[in-house]
Design a protein around this ligand. Structure first.
Ligand SMILES: *[C@@H]1O[C@H](CO)[C@@H](O)[C@H](O)[C@H]1NC(C)=O
Length: 402
């Protein structure tokens, strides 16, 4: 009992400290119980969940929706282990998260979106919200229902006022921003025809590149994800009609056909991609990349050269989308992953700049058609505004479990 009370107190103190550090504000969780009857559930069968901070003033009819990230599970084994984490069960999610950066409710920290309805949808399906398998796995009792979660939460927001939206953005970080790309046109279709609707991908442009040992690791992995979750029918048809479904999990193969305006914020040296696409553990059995992956300053010149090659491939994939008058992009040369949901990288005195512009300004200007921002940074290490720190997910540290 005493231990329980102590833990409660520690939790409160740590939460306060973190809110102070992140310059954010706490927002409580909402469990969408009504989704369960529709079979729209997390991997373990628990209800989906989100954090909703209501819009105010001139922002009441504007909706910003952020899909949480957290990679994927690719087979029965990895999806079963996920059910024992917050990424597979809403029973294990912390009840309060800190909203900062693009989710901040203060004009000073988030000038263009602070008074919008701001929502973070928790990620617990392991498929970037694309899965839909009717049968529950008889052996593991795992549910593959990510796409149903997406539909159920959207229905809920529409009923809560999103049906009257004037402005709306579907966004995300990492696996969540891949979901924002994959669901972008579907999202647009849910909203009133007169609404201004755009999609924002933060660290969601995962490229189909080979590992340092030359294996097609991520391509195989995505193919397994799509097969395990029955995702094919929920991926953009403009892609699945041409390519194998697993390949339609790559933004480079779908973004060109997306009709809704899309903004890509991504580090060309995205730290998740370097760790998991270029140099995953399986491709580096002797661990020669271990230190470099943790800290770019520890990379050898040969490793840096390999990373420059990765950047070239990244830019090639991006250029492959062809020109667009509505697309925006902010491709900096930081060693980072997810830069919009953290105040430090979104908008601050010392936050990253590209063409003298913060991410917050670039995204705001693009959304409101003040300026279509399309900039690519010079190669590492030219950019002195980078933090080159790991912002591994958009989950604030307050999310940690004591
Ligand atoms: C499941 O995926 C993991 C991670 O890629 C892999 O290590 C494991 O061998 C796979 N298991 C099966 C049964 O395919």
């Amino acid at each position: 009992m005493v231990k329980g009370a102590m833990q409660q107190w520690l939790r409160v103190i740590i939460t306060l400290l973190i809110l102070l550090i992140t310059e954010g504000h706490p927002v409580d969780i909402t469990y969408l119980q009504s989704a369960v009857a529709k079979g729209a559930v997390c991997l373990d069968g628990s209800p989906p969940a989100y954090h909703f901070d209501k819009g105010f003033g001139a922002g009441v009819n504007n909706w910003f929706i952020q899909l949480e990230g957290g990679a994927w599970c690719n087979n029965a084994t990895t999806c079963l282990s996920r059910t024992k984490t917050r990424l597979g069960s809403s029973k294990l999610m912390v009840k309060t998260v800190s909203f900062s950066g693009i989710l901040s409710n203060k004009a000073k920290f988030n000038p263009d979106f602070y008074n919008w309805n701001r929502i973070r949808i928790r990620y617990c399906d392991g498929s970037s919200f694309t899965g839909d398998v009717e049968a529950v796995d008889p052996k593991t009792k795992v549910y593959y229902r990510g796409a149903r979660i997406f539909s159920a939460v959207m229905e809920d927001f529409l009923a809560k006022g999103m049906k009257n939206a004037q402005n709306a953005i579907l966004a995300g970080c990492s696996a969540g921003s891949l979901a924002a790309i994959l669901h972008c046109d579907r999202f647009k279709g849910l909203l009133p025809p007169g609404a201004k609707v755009k999609c924002l991908s933060d660290a969601g442009f995962f490229i189909n590149a080979k590992t340092i040992s030359g294996a097609s690791h991520i391509e195989q992995f995505y193919s397994d994800v799509v097969n395990t979750h029955g995702s094919a029918k929920n991926l953009p048809q403009s892609c699945t009609s041409r390519l194998k479904p697993g390949l339609c999990f790559f933004p480079q193969n779908v973004a060109q056909q997306i009709k809704t305006p899309l903004f890509l914020v991504n580090a060309a040296y995205d730290s998740w991609q370097i760790k998991n696409i270029l140099a995953p553990g399986v491709a580096d059995p002797r661990g020669t990349w271990r230190n470099c992956k943790l800290d770019i300053l520890k990379c050898s010149s040969a490793q840096l050269e390999t990373m420059q090659g990765y950047r070239n491939e990244f830019l090639k994939a991006l250029n492959g989308l062809g020109p667009s008058s509505t697309r925006g992009y902010y491709i900096n040369s930081c060693y980072a992953h997810c830069q919009t949901g953290t105040q430090e990288t979104w908008l601050r005195e010392d936050s990253p700049r590209l063409a003298s512009t913060t991410i917050a300004k670039a995204v705001g200007d693009w959304f409101y058609d003040r300026n279509r921002f399309q900039e690519i940074d010079c190669p590492y290490p030219c950019d002195k505004t980078c933090k080159n720190r790991n912002f591994e997910s958009d989950v604030q540290p307050v999310d940690m479990d004591l």
